[in-house]
Design a protein around this ligand. Sequence first.
Ligand code: 2NE
Length: 270
Amino acid sequence: ADWQSRHAYSDIRYEFAEGIAKITIARPQKRNAFRPETVKELIDAFHRAHHDNEIGAIILAGEGPDAFCSGGDQTVRGAEGYIDEGGTPHLNVLDLQMQIRRLPKPVVAMVAGYAIGGGHVLHLVCDLSIAADNARFGQTGPRVGSFDAGLGAGLLARTIGMKKAKEIWLLCRQYDAQQALAMGLVNTVVPLARLEEETVQWCREMLQLSPMALRMIKAGFNADTDGLAGIQELAGNATGLFYQTAEGQEGRNAWLERRPPDFAKYRKRP
Ligand code: 2NE
């Protein structure tokens, strides 16, 4: 794809081509570990992609062949969390995880190299994961004094099953791309040289499909895991569809015209 930069950031790149946004964590010297500023920029970029009518699918990637993301930047981890340049501690990647789930467009993780720790959870929360043959997956929390007992645990268990999810967290091993494929942690594995081509092809296929149907089915997949907030997402989409009906518009019109609404003409569907 012919990527064009759409906004300049310091820690990430935000590019666009063919209705696809590509968001790339660009700290390869740290295996694309994120610091609070990185996450702040990612949240901003995902917000742009969310609200851009031209964009129908989003790729999340890491710069270079060595890593998708190695999680929180341990060099800025202070006594109270990951410290931003102003000295304030954060765990703002949890907001990013939920943002990806609530975003009503498919998000595809394009994984070359390591997806480790909080970086592993980032690929997990994406709707699809395309892995290069050099990809390696794992959690390190219990080794480095951290854990993600939210989506990092529960969504992992729902994705690959409870026993395997517990193994990943309780032993902190690494798994190669074929092992990840076998446990249903990624959708496909391709040679590193073909990673972007394959990922873009998956996005192109989704761009041929109904955006509303994709939006509804994504919300449906996430609804039970996200509880009432997940149902709210699904319900908000239903309200959006209802607004587009004559029946929904009759209520608005009646109010604007200062008359009682006439809903009698609408079918009481079985
Ligand atoms: C990712 C991994 C396995 C890569 O190993 P390797 O051997 O390919 O590279 P190396 O030499 O370890 O790393 C290259 C450079 O990147 C830095 C390293 O310190 C090294 O820097 P230099 O020595 O060249 O200056 N680097 C790598 N990962 C980093 C990180 N996370 N923070 C800061 N610098 C990093 C290997 O590097 C590794 O195991 N990395 C650590 C993975 C990790 O434990 N991440 C944190 C998990 S906790 C978390 O992410 C989290 C959470 O649990 C809950 C909420 C939010 C976040």
